[in-house]
Design a protein around this ligand. Structure first.
Ligand SMILES: NC(=O)C1=CN([C@@H]2O[C@H](COP(=O)(O)OP(=O)(O)OC[C@H]3O[C@@H](n4cnc5c(N)ncnc54)[C@H](OP(=O)(O)O)[C@@H]3O)[C@@H](O)[C@H]2O)C=CC1
Ligand SMILES: CC[C@](O)(C(C)=O)C(=O)O
Length: 329
């Protein structure tokens, strides 16, 4: 059984008198840093001069160059893009680490695939919210929290778990639930989830549904409303109460179609493809591909991103959202 922790299991006092440097002020960096500050902890941010730097200053957080932030911190939370972490670690983080400090991540990619090899006398832990950074912030402000995973890779000080739990409490995660895992399990399940289901699988399913309807002469607007807009409403139901709640709310006709046609759409070929995707993650092929792609300035990433941004689904979707006041920024 997976170990679970809540507010009562975590002591913010473990971080009293300790300085936390959040490195990076993007999606996770901003959400986590602001929550830590509002939990009464001593938090600074390490970034390069630019947009993120300005944003942190506007939010009232003290900002330093990465190396300067690391030097003065007891806990260093690395919230740079995964593909930038190894270089920045060598140049600006590693020199500022010393015995007893805690090096923290929100995703295990660089540790698990050996891109970052920390010295043995520092703690290496993970606190990984299971949701995007703006929700980490929004739910905290609402008095709730996004659940998180923790993992302990190195426990040099003997209290690495207590430090990770205190940090998780500081960002609001113990208000929901914190689950203990390993760097390997988090990395492999997270990559699989985002590739096969959440981002990759879901985008491919939506595009396939949209293209099938449009190819059969239906209006793109109808196709968008059916397979994309309404998806959120269905996912919200699944989020709140699982497939059972969703099936209680939709019509019996929808439910019968779901139970009999869904398994035909996601059949044996999809299971085989998912298995292949998982094996590429497990044996490091995906990691190698993504690391090399970054070394040549991301030609595949750029071309595929551009093609999808120009897809009719995106063009029609933007037009439809512009007609609805709820999407006005
Ligand atoms: N996005 C998410 O919701 C989730 C992310 N994670 C993990 O959290 C980590 C951070 O991801 P995410 O928040 O998405 O990252 P973002 O891309 O949103 O933000 C990255 C931040 O790092 C800064 N940065 C980039 N390169 C450098 C550099 N060379 N030196 C200094 N600062 C730099 C950027 O600043 P600048 O403005 O200068 O570019 C920005 O502030 C990753 O490990 C990711 O896997 C985990 C769970 C969910
Ligand atoms: C689903 C994408 C994610 O894994 C996440 C928000 O948890 C990510 O890395 O952004």
């Amino acid at each position: 059984m997976v170990e679970k922790y809540y507010d009562a299991d975590a002591d913010l006092g473990v971080l009293a008198g300790k300085r936390i440097a959040v490195i990076g002020y993007g999606s996770q960096g901003r959400g986590q840093a602001l929550n830590l500050r509002d939990s009464g902890l001593d938090v600074i941010v390490g970034v390069r001069p630019g947009k993120s730097w300005e944003k942190a200053i506007k939010d009232g957080i003290e900002v330093f160059q990465v190396a300067d932030a690391v030097k003065q911190a007891d806990v260093v939370q690395v919230l740079l893009p995964d593909e930038d972490q190894a270089r920045t670690y060598l140049e600006a983080i590693r020199p500022g680490l010393s015995a007893g400090k805690t090096l923290m991540f929100s995703h295990g990619f660089n540790i698990h695939y050996g891109q970052i090899v920390p010295p043995p006398d520092v703690n290496v832990v993970m606190v990984a919210p299971k949701g995007p950074g703006h929700l980490v912030r929004r739910l905290y402000e609402e008095g709730a929290g996004v659940p998180a995973l923790i993992a302990i890779e190195q426990d040099a000080s003997g209290d690495a778990r207590a430090v990770a739990l205190a940090y998780a409490k500081g960002i609001g995660a113990t208000r929901a639930a914190v689950f203990e895992t390993s760097f390997r399990e988090e990395t492999e399940t997270d990559l699989f989830g985002e590739q096969a289901v959440l981002c990759g699988g879901c985008s491919a399913l939506i595009k396939a549904g949209f293209e099938t309807l449009v190819a059969n002469g239906y209006a793109p607007e109808m196709a968008y409303l059916e397979v994309c807009h309404e998806l959120k409403l269905i996912v919200d139901l699944i989020y709140e109460g699982g497939l059972t709640t969703m099936r209680e709310v939709v019509s019996n006709t929808a439910r019968y179609g779901d139970l009999t046609r869904g398994p035909r759409v996601i059949g044996p070929e999809t299971y085989a493809a998912m298995q292949e995707v998982l094996e590429e993650i497990q044996d490091g092929r995906f990691a190698k591909e993504w690391i090399l792609e970054n070394q040549v300035n991301r030609p595949v990433f750029s071309a595929l991103t551009r093609a999808d941004e120009e897809h009719d689904l995106e063009v029609v979707g933007a037009e439809i959202r512009a007609l609805m006041p709820q999407f006005k920024k």
